[in-house]
Write a protein that binds this ligand. Structure first.
Ligand SMILES: Cc1ncc(COP(=O)(O)O)c(C=O)c1O
Length: 380
């Protein structure tokens, strides 16, 4: 029987076993969904099993947290109701006037959190091109507390040197936090490169089936931002439902195998698009001419299931391609079994820096021949 105390094992094994064990009450092999909101005190008034009230802690959530901490190679994990609930809890831990360094092409929802939810804090944020290490270094201020990283970035698939940015953050005495949503611990392990914390939208590859919303924050060591995020989770009520935790755990079991298939399909689609005369540019770190290919080859195990491409022509040309697909679904989000196509500039709205002729693909688990056939007819 395996549980989270099992010594370091390979990713495929951890994905099936970490944080879980057969239910001692029934022998059930899959971890139960604990819906109870409240837990019984012992005669001495204590909570002998560690749970008192489900907002603060729940056995299904705890299993997920242990599993994600093990997969990431971290000390501890917290599970949230969405990826952006993680970002909100993290930023809530900052003091008014603190300075954040974030990528200029950071996931647009995070910009909304900083500029919208925390407008009154106020916070000081520098958005920089993180592929330019001199620019990251120049952005550091005495009040820099948080350095946010996203690699590959969304949707331009820029690659950031994790070890180099972690070093800059450490020298600035700031905490570095990497968004691991696109890569999952299967493809990239930020802790190996000195990053302090990792956050995920588990809504994507980790859940893996486009049927739940969740997030997670994992830390390599005890720190005040993690503790404050824990308070936001427990007392601010940002926790996921037990059912969503269970769905996430079910998804995790197949994560390493799904990632292989996503990556294989995405590389084949990227190579196909690069050869197609209607395409101006393909953004995929697995292509040798991608500016971040060398760093990606060093810090990623494979190049992921996400890519974007620019159609020759303008916004209308890109929209026409998106309108013609039959197998790809026109939808936002990513990381599920279905392949998605999306005109990113439309969803990002006013002020977007995403090129208007760019389409983003989340490559799913369909057969590669069918995906390429669909793109071929859409580009005809
Ligand atoms: C890279 C990335 N990070 C974070 C998020 C936010 O996650 P959620 O939608 O679960 O709040 C998303 C959502 O699309 C994302 O793509």
């Amino acid at each position: 029987m395996a549980n989270s105390k099992t010594p370091i094992m390979k990713m495929e094994t951890l994905a099936v076993h970490a944080g879980r064990r057969s239910d001692p009450a029934t022998g059930a092999v899959t971890h139960p969904i604990h819906l109870s909101t409240t837990f019984e005190r012992g005669a001495d008034g204590q909570y002998p099993l560690g749970f008192s009230y489900s907002r603060e802690g729940n056995p299904t959530r705890q299993a997920l947290e242990k599993c994600l901490a093990a997969l990431e190679g971290g000390k501890e994990a917290l599970a949230f109701s969405s990826g952006l609930a993680v970002a909100t809890a993290l930023i809530q831990g900052l003091e008014p006037g603190d300075h954040i360094i974030a990528p200029e092409d950071v996931y647009y929802g995070l910009r909304q959190v900083i500029a919208g939810v925390f407008a009154k804090w106020p916070l000081d944020t520098s958005y920089v091109d993180m592929t330019d290490l001199a620019a990251v270094r120049a952005a550091v201020r005495p009040n820099t507390r948080l350095v946010l990283i996203e690699t590959p970035s969304n949707p331009l698939m820029k690659i950031v040197d994790l070890a180099a940015v972690a070093r800059i953050a450490r020298e600035a005495k700031a905490i570095s936090v990497c968004d691991g949503t696109f890569t999952t611990p299967v493809l990239q392990r930020p802790f190996d490169w000195g990053i302090d914390m990792v956050w995920h939208s588990t809504t994507k590859y980790i859940g893996g089936h486009s049927d739940m919303t969740g997030g997670a924050l994992i830390t390599r060591f005890d720190n005040y931002l993690f503790e404050r995020a824990r308070k936001s989770l427990m007392f601010g009520g940002a926790g996921p439902s037990p059912f969503d935790c269970w769905l996430t755990l079910r998804g995790v079991s197949t994560l390493p195998w799904r990632m292989r298939a996503h990556c294989g399909n995405a590389l084949a689609v990227a190579e196909f698009l690069q050869r197609h005369p209607a395409i101006e540019r393909v953004h995929y770190p697995g292509l040798p001419d991608h500016p971040g290919h060398e760093i990606a080859s060093r810090q990623m195990l494979a190049w992921g299931g996400m890519l974007s491409f620019q159609v020759r022509g303008d916004r209308q040309a890109a929209m026409k391609v998106a309108a013609r697909v039959q197998l790809f679904t026109r939808a936002t989000s990513l990381g599920g079994p279905h392949s998605f196509i999306e005109h990113r500039a439309s969803i990002e709205g006013l002020g977007t820096k995403t090129p208007q002729n760019l389409l983003r693909l989340s490559i799913g688990l369909e057969h590669i021949d069918d995906l390429i056939a669909d793109l071929l007819q859409a580009l005809a």
